[in-house]
Design a binder for this molecule. Structure first.
Ligand code: SF4
Length: 363
């Protein structure tokens, strides 16, 4: 029985072309690796905390947008114990503007779990990493490979794109994901798996880009089916994209002297735990004629001539902005915050746009 189970578990044979991919990518990486603030110098051992923090921030977010946040977080909370000891409100405030705010809550929960359950040290195995809050399959593999040198395949959209092009895979995403994951697992080398993961990230970000890949200078050109096609960017194949629905809503900006009315959104759901001008959005039922029914206070409102536009992953939004001066106490769940203290609040990008629209209206 033992012989049978080990036969079943044996990895599929690596084809000669597959075996040449990691050496080609690593040789290219040694010459062209990007210098990034979270990346350890060649040969140095990366700090798991740094790898984890950067990987969480980089989910769905551009490198250039992440850099200042990463540096501020690391300065303020230089290790996982410091982050775990921070109040969640401080973490949310520091995250404001980076988007996908559930990441900030999971980041904090994960830091606390590492301190409480792992004595303040990151576990090295993919399975143990995946059991932590906010760490999915890709992030666990990236941390295991980069920080601990484990032979783990970190497969994100960049890697899927490269691999689908290499094999000119006609199966569209997302159905192709299992095939691409198998291919990725076959390619990870025994030596330098962390460098291989980072090399593939760099290749996807700088050479095998979504549009106009630079096949002429790509280290994988000799192994790539798409490079010989007129439009290599036609891979990975994708099903037709569904229209993103458009929704409307309202934000109420109330002023009392030099203070504005704010509230904290519920911890779950869209922009969970972030600060907002009292708002109503996200449903299909908005009617501008009855918008004032949802206002937090009765007041003599004026509507700004321009609405504020924003795009979320699953819908686009235009937000009507109503402004009014009042003398009232803050209603339940709201608070008055001095205009000069607005920067210290966990205002997401949408609410920052509302603040800019109000300021530029001259109100
Ligand atoms: S040859 Fe072109 S399509 Fe193929 S992996 Fe390189 S950049 Fe991508």
């Amino acid at each position: 029985m033992q012989g049978l189970s080990s036969a079943v578990r044996r990895e599929p044979p690596v084809s000669p072309a597959d075996a040449e991919i990691a050496p080609a990518v690593l040789a290219w990486y040694d010459r062209r690796r990007r210098s990034l603030p979270w990346r350890a110098p060649p040969g140095a051992r990366p700090d798991p905390y740094v790898v984890w923090l950067s990987e969480i921030m980089l989910q769905q977010t551009r490198v250039e947008a992440v850099k200042p946040y990463f540096e501020t977080f690391l300065r303020r909370w230089p290790d996982v114990a410091a982050l775990a000891a921070a109040p969640i409100e401080a973490v949310m405030r520091q995250w404001a503007g980076l988007g996908y705010y559930s990441r900030a809550r999971s980041l904090h929960a994960c830091a606390r779990a590492i301190v409480a359950e792992h004595g303040g040290s990151f576990p090295a195995s993919e399975a143990a990493l995946r059991a932590l809050p906010g760490i999915g399959r890709y992030t666990a593999a990236a941390i295991a490979a980069i920080a601990f040198g484990q032979k783990a395949a970190a497969v994100d959209g960049n890697v899927e794109r490269i691999l689908a092009r290499l094999d000119v895979l006609e199966v569209p995403l997302p159905a192709a994901k299992p095939l691409l994951a198998q291919k990725a697992a076959r390619l990870v080398p025994d030596a330098r798996p962390g460098d291989f993961a980072q090399a593939m990230m760099d290749l996807g970000a700088t050479i095998c880009t979504p549009q106009r890949p630079a096949c002429g200078i790509c280290p994988l050109r000799a192994f790539c089916g798409a490079a010989a096609q007129v439009r290599p960017e036609a891979w990975p194949r994708k099903p037709p994209r569904a229209e993103r629905p458009h929704r409307r809503g309202a934000a109420f900006v109330l002023r009392r002297g030099d203070a504005v009315l704010l509230r904290t959104r519920p911890s779950q759901g869209l922009l969970g735990g972030m600060t907002e001008f009292p708002s109503t959005f996200g449903t299909d039922s908005y009617d501008p004629l009855t918008a004032l029914h949802a206002a937090p206070l009765v007041a003599d409102y004026r509507r700004l001539p321009q609405s504020v536009a924003h795009v979320f992953t699953h819908f686009s939004l235009s937000l009507d902005v109503f402004v009014a001066d009042v003398e009232s106490e803050a209603p339940a769940g709201c608070r008055w915050v001095r205009d000069s203290d607005l920067e210290t609040e966990a205002l997401p990008s949408l609410m920052r746009k509302v603040a800019v629209a109000v300021r530029s209206s001259g109100w």
